[in-house]
Design a protein around this ligand. Structure first.
Ligand SMILES: NC(=O)c1ccc[n+]([C@@H]2O[C@H](COP(=O)([O-])OP(=O)(O)OC[C@H]3O[C@@H](n4cnc5c(N)ncnc54)[C@H](OP(=O)(O)O)[C@@H]3O)[C@@H](O)[C@H]2O)c1
Length: 245
């Protein structure tokens, strides 16, 4: 399969949570800086060309649960994918099977990183939503009828957008889907020296019916680095991975 190299890069608390009050503590804030610098800082470790996020993660961080401003009377759009920008260099790949996200422009800024948005849709996304994306010059790929076909998605990201290395950036539901399908090569964990004990917040990996199950996966620890008293960085290879070129 021709797909990018994929590393899952996540910040977690000592009790494995990917969000929550621990993030607002001084140790949590410092660990978030360490997390950003490893992937996006001045001397990044991975040199990726894009990162992939689940629909809830995008709504929490970039689209804020706004309703998309669709025009139900929009003209019928051409069949197939829409590539608005294949030269951006950095891409935000947004998993949105039904076409729900309320995007308002084609570029986002995360700290000091700019990225062109690529929406990943299934055939369930309607004409009006695709017309809105075209109007905003947001690229989209249609991969699958009901369910996202991640293998097809990854091949298209490599071929059409030249993404050689892709960060799998959460949340827990998306992470576990890709890892269980053998489509993640490496896990990079920044563990903040903080916890909040909440049982209301998602963990690093979350099983979701129709997407994944609780079949276990093994990892091989490659490296452990104390970055600061606030952050430990662990790198693991995933033991069960589909080959890529
Ligand atoms: N600490 C960190 O490093 C970090 C990083 C990223 C995110 N986060 C946090 O994680 C939280 C969200 O995590 P989450 O696990 O609840 O949600 P998530 O993985 O961000 O999003 C889940 C949604 O994405 C879509 N999706 C995921 N897997 C899919 C699959 N296999 N096939 C089709 N669609 C799929 C579905 O969208 P539909 O519902 O539209 O069908 C699903 O409901 C947020 O609060 C975010 O801030 C933390």
């Amino acid at each position: 399969m021709k797909r990018p190299y994929i590393f899952c890069h996540m910040l977690v608390s000592m009790d494995g949570k990917i969000m929550g009050n621990y993030m607002d503590t001084p140790q949590g804030i410092k660990a978030q800086e360490v997390f950003y610098d490893i992937a996006f800082g001045k001397k990044p470790y991975y040199h990726h060309q894009g990162w992939l996020s689940g629909r809830v993660t995008t709504d929490d961080n970039f689209t804020f649960y706004k309703k998309p401003r669709i025009d139900e009377n929009a003209e019928k759009v051409a069949e197939g994918d829409y590539i608005a920008n294949a030269q951006a260099g950095m891409y935000y790949v947004s998993i949105d099977p039904n076409g729900r996200l309320g995007w308002e422009k084609d570029t986002l800024v995360y700290e000091d990183t700019r990225a062109h948005v690529i929406e990943i849709l299934t055939a369930k996304a309607g004409n009006a939503y695709k017309a809105l994306l075209r109007k905003l010059h947001i690229s989209y790929l249609i991969v699958g009828e009901d369910q996202i076909d991640f293998e097809v998605m990854l091949e298209k990201l490599k071929e059409s957008f030249h993404i050689e290395t892709l960060m799998l950036g959460g949340g827990g539901v998306l992470n576990w889907s890709l890892i269980q399908q053998g489509l993640c090569d490496e896990v990079s964990l920044v563990i903040a020296s903080a916890a909040d004990g909440s049982n209301q917040t998602p963990t690093l990996f979350e099983m979701r019916e129709n997407f994944s199950n609780d079949r276990p996966i093994e990892f091989a620890l490659q490296e452990a680095t104390i970055m600061d008293e606030a952050a430990l960085w662990l790198r693991y290879k995933v033991k069960e991975v589909k080959r890529h070129e």
